[in-house]
Design a protein around this ligand. Structure first.
Ligand code: FES
Length: 278
């Protein structure tokens, strides 16, 4: 779709539902108004869209839904600025602009037969959620699935209503962790890199997919490398780097690569030491 020049213009979409998942993250289900556009708006896990609040501005979001599972497009919006605040004020029935889908994607077919480690931090779990649900939808094609998801506090864990579905799937493990617990939290209190080290993920025939705050990505990479993960076995999405999303603002470069043009999904082999500056 983005190869169509018209895709640089936003389509009008209706907010079908808005759900508060954490104190500052809401999940929006968007449906493009034009039926013909809606039918051809196909996307894959890892791709992103720009969503605009009319009169305010637009921002990029990794798509949080699986294309084949539902007709809408879900995005998780964390309230961090003017656009996301404007979106947070919206209710079902509101209209927004949407353009995309853009970017490359997690090549799931290349991961068939491998053990999968999905490592998400905070709202960074959003683009990984369709990966998890895609794998669960074709469970026999992959080896072991471990989902490690961390947030600042128990209240900051998004997608909580899917945790049972993930945890109870065959050959699948869900590991949750928080930076700070509370009276009701019986789970792990530790930073994600420390959990990676503690669980000693096996690099043998496996792939690790990571998305989250830059500092979490950097320190998680260090632990994965200590566990003998090779650079081609570590895949991350750097969507948080993007601003214009169209190769115009030059603010998304990682080394000689533009995240919006060549990403947002990269193996560590592709971006190498430049991740240090991320
Ligand atoms: S986001 Fe502007 S050039 Fe990539």
């Amino acid at each position: 779709m983005p190869s169509d020049g018209a895709a640089l213009l936003p389509y009008v979409a209706i907010v079908k539902s808005v759900r508060s998942m954490t104190p500052d993250i809401k999940l929006f289900d968007l449906e493009i108004e034009d039926e013909a556009v809606r039918r051809r708006f196909a996307y894959k896990p890892g791709q992103f869209v720009f969503v605009s609040a009319f009169g305010v501005g637009e921002a990029p979001f990794g798509i949080a839904s699986v294309y084949s599972r539902q007709p809408g497009i879900e995005v998780a919006v964390r309230r961090v600025g003017t656009v996301t605040s404007a979106l947070h004020e919206m209710e079902a029935g509101a209209r927004v602009g949407i353009r995309g889908p853009y970017g490359n994607f997690f090549p799931l077919d290349e991961y068939k037969g491998k053990d999968m480690y999905i490592i998400g931090g905070g709202v960074g779990m959003a683009p990984l959620r369709p990966v998890v649900n895609s794998i669960l939808g074709r469970r026999q094609e992959f080896g072991k699935l471990v989902v490690l998801y961390g947030a600042r506090s128990p209240q900051d864990l998004a997608f909580a209503d899917e945790f049972d579905y993930w945890a109870e799937a065959p050959n699948t493990r869900l590991e949750l962790t928080v930076d700070r617990g509370d009276e009701g939290w019986k789970g792990r209190v530790a930073l994600i890199p420390a959990v990676v080290k503690e669980l000693a993920f096996s690099a043998s025939n496996s792939v690790a997919l990571i998305c989250g705050p830059p500092i979490m990505i950097r320190f998680t990479l260090v632990e994965l490398k200590k566990l003998s993960f090779a650079d081609h076995q570590i895949v991350t999405t750097l969507e948080a780097k993007m601003k214009c999303g169209m190769g115009k603002c030059a603010r998304c470069n990682v080394g000689d690569k533009y995240v919006c043009r060549q990403g947002p999904v990269f193996t560590l082999e592709q971006i190498g030491d430049f991740i240090e500056a991320y």
